[in-house]
Design a protein around this ligand. Structure first.
Ligand SMILES: NC(=O)c1ccc[n+]([C@@H]2O[C@H](COP(=O)([O-])OP(=O)(O)OC[C@H]3O[C@@H](n4cnc5c(N)ncnc54)[C@H](OP(=O)(O)O)[C@@H]3O)[C@@H](O)[C@H]2O)c1
Length: 304
């Protein structure tokens, strides 16, 4: 398929989205506005980012029509190890209603369970099915779900998730999970595509330097290819995700990078370059490393 900036996946999601993790309320307002002015039409938010009021203000300030936008947000499911209580059916429904007030929207386009961290995840999934029926979200999905967690939903004979948002970059190229999602018509969405960069999330406590050694080989390959193609390493990594069939998310607090990250359609990676990048896989997720956990491997047993 020829990719263009107007390309969407099967749920109408523009393939490049602006992520809002790690932005303060004030930054979320200015960066979301900036991103929408630059041409982004897909915003990725979450209850856990604690900045949805700013995201809502940024959307409003942009003046872009609601029907031109694709807005995703996520419910934080609760996590015992962090002292966060598990959400049940009712509190999951109430959470989206509260988020919509913050976002100044009457519905979102996609609502996700942020990670399978709660023993009540099937009850939470039933709440998402209800929220879709109520018209408060157009589509429903999950994030950080592995094949096992997806199978729990299928085994319970519940509506299938329409999307799964996962960490995905050349160091964490989840071939088996990707194939499973394709086979089950689950739209894949990549987060932390820029994780192989040495400069990724270098702020205090964000784990940017944690895997310095792990990233080294990958960086020498991305440096060589990006130099040859005359594009930045950031664009190369985002384009790799697109050519794997994923929608990609990218966050920046800097106007020039916001523009750069959207401009992914004026070059292409050859099969040889894709194969070279694919060989770097170490199945190494790092986005949640600063929190000391891998969200895909933390699912507690389901509550009976
Ligand atoms: N579902 C989940 O569990 C989950 C987890 C993580 C992320 N996400 C979502 O995915 C989005 C993206 O993931 P992420 O936060 O890890 O961000 P990312 O887009 O992979 O990387 C962001 C980092 O890269 C830098 N950066 C951005 N553009 C750049 C460029 N062109 N050149 C060099 N550096 C650049 C940013 O710094 P500056 O801001 O200084 O530019 C920041 O340090 C998040 O915002 C969030 O919406 C979801």
């Amino acid at each position: 398929m020829k990719l263009s900036e107007k390309s969407q996946n099967k749920i109408g999601m523009p393939l490049v989205g602006f992520g809002t993790y790690q932005l303060s309320v004030e930054q979320a307002e200015s960066c979301v506005n900036e991103a929408l002015k630059a041409g982004f039409r897909h915003i990725d938010s979450a209850e856990g980012y604690n900045n949805e009021e700013g995201t809502g203000k940024g959307i409003k300030a942009s003046g872009i029509n609601r029907d031109e936008l694709f807005v995703t947000t996520k419910v934080f499911p609760g996590f015992k190890q962090w002292g966060a209580p598990d959400k049940d059916f009712k509190t999951t429904i109430e959470t989206l209603k509260k988020q919509l007030i913050q976002l100044q929207l009457d519905h979102v386009d996609l609502y996700l369970i942020h990670a399978p961290l709660s023993e009540l995840r099937l009850e939470q999934w039933e709440a998402l099915i209800e929220l879709k029926k109520m018209g408060l979200t157009k589509h429903i999905g999950v994030s950080n779900y592995n094949i096992e967690a997806l199978n729990e939903i299928f085994d319970a004979d519940l509506t299938k998730p329409e999307a799964n948002q996962i960490e995905f970059h050349p160091l964490c190229n989840r071939t088996e999970l990707t194939q499973f999602m394709i086979d089950n018509a689950i739209n894949p969405i990549a987060y932390s595509s820029l994780a192989p960069l040495s400069t990724w999330r270098t702020e205090e406590g964000q784990g940017g330097n944690v895997l310095f050694e792990v990233k080294k080989d990958c960086q020498s390959v991305t440096r060589e290819i990006s130099k040859r193609l005359g594009v930045s390493e950031a664009k190369l990594l985002l384009r790799w995700g697109l050519q794997q069939g994923y929608a990609v998310l990218t966050k920046s607090s800097k106007p020039e990078r916001i523009k750069e990250n959207l401009n992914l359609f004026d070059f292409e990676l050859s099969n040889e370059d894709m194969i070279h990048l694919n060989k770097l896989n170490q199945n190494q997720p790092i986005a949640w490393a600063a929190n000391g956990l891998n969200p895909m491997e933390e699912a507690p047993p389901l509550k009976k």
